[in-house]
Design a protein around this ligand. Structure first.
Ligand code: FNR
Length: 183
């Protein structure tokens, strides 16, 4: 049966390397995995005032998360943490209190940066947030990709055999992880 994966890319940049990484991973997954990219660029900055009357775009985000069988976070590293746009989207979907849309959804966390640490510290912060939100997150293998020019093309074509092999290893574990939670 089809499994729906909500892909949350933590970059709004038109030529985002993390979006390329997401597309590369999607190509390596079996056909019953249907990936859709969650829109976060039109969300307002979260205010607790929303909780009384949630904005329509915020409710849309919550539904997008809730209808998914699994989550895939693909995050850049901004100043050794996750970008504000990603944290904002997470805060919105975690509220109003008692309606955390993420609870129990199996997730993977990957990312790339042009720095040598490949977004590792951002991913570590994200894992902390996801643990609080009751998201079972695949622990291994970790994916810290040190992005180099043309490593992955815009359409997700991987131009390095080593990277393709490495990412396939992640996808195989991720697919098994999501299936464990499927009902
Ligand atoms: C960065 N970048 C960055 N890289 C890194 O490895 N560690 C870091 O702490 C930071 N910090 C940082 C802060 C801010 C505000 C920006 C704009 C950038 C560089 C970052 O990895 C690079 O811009 C990536 O290309 C961002 O990912 P996308 O947008 O290509 O997916």
């Amino acid at each position: 049966s089809q499994l729906k994966i909500a892909v949350i890319v933590g970059s709004l940049r038109a030529d985002s390397f993390n979006r390329r990484l997401a597309r590369a991973v999607e190509k390596l997954a079996p056909t019953e995995f249907a990936f859709s990219h969650i829109q976060i660029d039109d969300l307002p900055l979260y205010s607790q005032d929303f909780d009384a009357a949630y904005p329509a775009v915020a409710t849309r985000l919550k539904k997008d998360i809730e209808s998914a069988d699994g989550l895939l976070f693909v995050t850049p590293e901004y100043n050794r943490s996750i970008p504000g746009v990603l944290k904002n989207a997470i805060d919105i979907a975690s509220r109003p209190w008692g309606t955390n849309s993420f609870a129990g959804k199996p997730a993977g966390v990957i990312g790339t940066s042009i720095g040598a640490t490949g977004s590792a510290l951002a991913q570590q912060h994200l894992r902390n947030v996801l643990a609080y939100l009751d998201v079972p997150t695949l622990a291994q293998p970790e994916v810290f990709v040190h992005f180099k020019d043309e490593l992955i093309a815009d359409d997700g074509t991987i131009r390095s055999e080593g990277t393709a092999k490495f990412l396939q290893g992640f996808v195989d574990h991720y697919v098994a992880w999501v299936r464990r939670f499927a009902h």
